[in-house]
Every structure is written in C-alpha cells, then in structure tokens.
Design a protein around this ligand. Structure first.
Ligand SMILES: CC(C)(COP(=O)(O)OP(=O)(O)OC[C@H]1O[C@@H](n2cnc3c(N)ncnc32)[C@H](O)[C@@H]1OP(=O)(O)O)[C@@H](O)C(=O)NCCC(=O)NCCS
Length: 179
C-alpha cells in the first residue's frame, strides 16, 4: 500500500536533479549495470541482457508505487544525461527492518563529487520522511570510494552489523539506528 506522498519524486541539490525513473531510463540502467567497472565490488548486480534492465526498472517502479520512494535517476541540472542512480530500498538486516542506501554511477561521472552530493540529499530525505527506519549502506571492504560516499552522506561505521552478503563480506555503515 502506498504510504508516502509523491513529493519526493524530484529532489534538487546544488548541481544535480534526482528524479523518479521512467521507461526512458532503461537504456541507462543497462549501460551502467553492464559495465564491469561499476559492478567490480558487487558482481551479483551485473546485468548481461537489456531485458534484465527492463525487469530491474519494473522492480524499481513497483517499489515507488508501493512505498512512494525508491531509487532516483541522477542528472546534472543542465543536462539530460543520466549520471547514475541513488536511492533507498526497504529490506531486513539481521532481522531488523532498515532502508538500504544505494548508489551506482557511470564511470565517466566518477570523481566529481556527484555520488556524495546525491547520497547526502537522499540520506536527508530518508531521515526526514522515513524516520522510523534506520538507513544502512552495505559496502565491500575494498570499495573505498563507496565507503567515502557513505561517510560523506552522514553514515558511520556500525561494525556490529557486518555480515556476509550476496558478494561476500559487507561492512555496514548506518545512521538513525535505534538507541
Ligand atoms: C561508489 C561510487 C558511486 C562513488 O562515485 P564517485 O563519483 O567517485 O564519488 P564522489 O566523487 O562523490 O567521491 C566519493 C569519495 O571517494 C573518494 N574516492 C573516489 N574514488 C576513490 C578510490 N578509487 N580510492 C579512494 N578514494 C576514492 C573521493 O575522493 C571522495 O572522497 P571524499 O568524500 O573524502 O572527498 C562509484 O565509484 C560507483 O558507482 N561505483 C560502482 C558502484 C558501487 O560500488 N556502488 C556502491 C555499492 S556499496
């Protein structure tokens, strides 16, 4: 059941717009998720066929319909080009309901602070609009850039939640944990 307003379908930062994905983003979903570089640390996320991108888009869209939030497409304010994706997904971690923070950007967009900027805005949105759920990022130990993005967004290391995920050991970063 949808329990959030559609107000979050478009977010703005100093340089970026974050918008709910549409069918028109399926090609970008495939391009970014079929690049081995973007899935180096999380090979289970790799897409091999365009049809898988269509299925992934449908999953993302279903989540938007159900919860009123999800993954956003990130673009520069002055460009239609998709830089990447950043957003939140409800899941369970060690039996606790949480929001998972996700970000994946095209390699051509790396190193310009876009991921940190987007993740900071998404984190603020999640804390404000879904305050009842902790926000976590599950990061592979060798994925230094992702760890930096999590810290920049305001999450902190939560070693006691570390565990094995789809691709091996995940380090957990979190914010808004219950006391
Ligand atoms: C993680 C990812 C989104 C970061 O994108 P980005 O464009 O490099 O991010 P930013 O430009 O905002 O930089 C993030 C930080 O990482 C640092 N960084 C980037 N690449 C790095 C590297 N190879 N080694 C060490 N630090 C690195 C930057 O200096 C910056 O640090 P700062 O916040 O202290 O200034 C990008 O690498 C990516 O899409 N990776 C593939 C998908 C992925 O791994 N997602 C996370 C799954 S948990």
């Amino acid at each position: 059941m949808r329990d959030r307003s559609p107000a979050g379908e478009e977010l703005w930062t100093a340089r970026l717009t974050l918008r709910r994905p549409t069918e028109a983003d399926v090609d970008a979903i495939f391009a970014i998720h079929s690049d081995p570089g973007t899935c180096l640390h999380n090979p289970s996320d790799t897409l091999a066929r365009p049809g898988e991108a269509e299925e992934l888009y449908q999953c993302w869209d279903d989540q938007w319909n159900k919860y009123g939030y999800g993954y956003w497409v990130v673009r520069r304010r002055d460009s239609a080009q998709q830089l990447g994706f950043c957003g939140i997904k409800p899941m369970e971690l060690n039996g606790m309901k949480v929001l998972n923070l996700f970000y994946r950007f095209a390699t051509s967009a790396w190193g310009q602070g876009y991921a940190g900027e987007a993740a900071t805005t998404v984190t603020a949105w999640a804390i404000r609009h879904v305050p009842d759920l902790p926000l976590v990022a599950r990061v592979r130990p060798a994925n230094i850039a992702s760890q930096r993005v999590a810290l920049r967004a305001g999450l902190s290391r939560a070693e006691h939640f570390d565990g094995v995920g789809c691709d091996g050991l995940d380090w957990i970063y979190a914010v808004n944990l219950p006391n």
